[in-house]
Design a protein around this ligand. Structure first.
Ligand SMILES: C[S@@+](CC[C@H](N)C(=O)[O-])C[C@H]1O[C@@H](n2cnc3c(N)ncnc32)[C@H](O)[C@@H]1O
Length: 251
């Protein structure tokens, strides 16, 4: 059986799948958008480390102020993208084995990445190790109901692997507080208020295709399009609930 880490390694060999999935969030009902909302809560200062930084989109939307940025990702392709972030130091690194000295950062950011790890507790211990006393952790996670309507489509069109192929560990917003509190103090979880209203079927199909190395066949595509279009005809959009939360904690 595929582990979360093995699945993530295959998913992020290139950056195209992540970009296809991010595109769906153009249809968010929250006009502020995730990165703007997150930016208001980051308070970057001193030495800032982002782990699993992906394409570096956060830093295109949020100013680091005067902070010194170090960006890491396990994927070579993502590190290539991260090298475009002005002024940032980029290191290819596994979140479970960070190549940094103890107490070398004031803020560690883990934005939508902890659920990809086989054992997130190992990474949380690493985050605590590299943070200075009084330093902060800011981590984004999803809740159990995140994208439920989208994820229910796979089994409904004969592709249960699409959902089960999204192999993740069981760290979700609902379980985060207890696990993070094993390594940090002052743990808080704040919900990001948002949902998706997708006006056409195509972005939904693109999202589902991005989840798997076996894209939908023509019959599965037609079945998906039919189900999504029926909702659009009835409601004006295909509704997808989002459940995203921000975990903050102190070292
Ligand atoms: C869902 S993407 C999020 C990217 C970025 N933080 C964002 O929000 O746009 C997850 C990222 O975590 C990275 N990742 C997965 N496992 C990792 C690990 N063990 N160590 C470091 N990065 C990892 C992936 O390569 C990918 O770029």
């Amino acid at each position: 059986m595929t582990t979360p880490a093995a699945h993530a390694a295959a998913q992020y060999v290139g950056s195209d799948r992540l970009k296809a999935r991010m595109a769906l969030h153009e249809f968010s009902t929250n006009p502020q958008g995730w990165f703007g909302w997150l930016g208001e809560r980051l308070e970057p200062r001193g030495d800032v480390l982002e782990v699993g930084a992906g394409t570096g989109k956060l830093w295109g939307e949020v100013s680091a102020g005067g902070a010194r940025l170090t960006l890491t990702d396990a994927s070579d392709a993502m590190c290539e993208e991260l090298r475009r972030v002005p002024g940032a130091v980029v290191r290819r690194a596994d979140a479970e084995r960070l190549p940094f000295a103890d107490a070398s950062f004031d803020l560690v950011i883990a934005n939508h990445m902890l659920y990809h790890l086989d054992d997130p507790s190992v990474a949380l211990a690493e985050f605590a190790r590299v943070l200075r006393p009084g330093g902060r952790l800011v981590a984004a996670l999803n809740g159990r109901e995140h994208l439920a309507e989208l994820l229910d489509l796979g089994p409904a069109v004969g592709r249960p692997d699409l959902l089960r192929g999204m192999v993740l560990n069981d760290l979700v917003t609902e379980t985060a507080e207890a696990l993070v509190a094993e390594h940090f103090t002052d743990v808080a979880v704040e919900d990001f208020p948002d949902d998706l209203r997708v006006p056409t079927a195509e972005p939904v199909l693109a999202y589902l295709d991005s989840l798997t190395s076996g894209p939908l066949d023509p019959a599965q595509q037609a079945a998906t399009r039919e189900q999504v279009q029926a909702k659009i005809d009835a409601d004006g959009y295909f509704f997808v609930r989002k459940s995203v939360g921000l975990v903050t904690a102190s070292r």
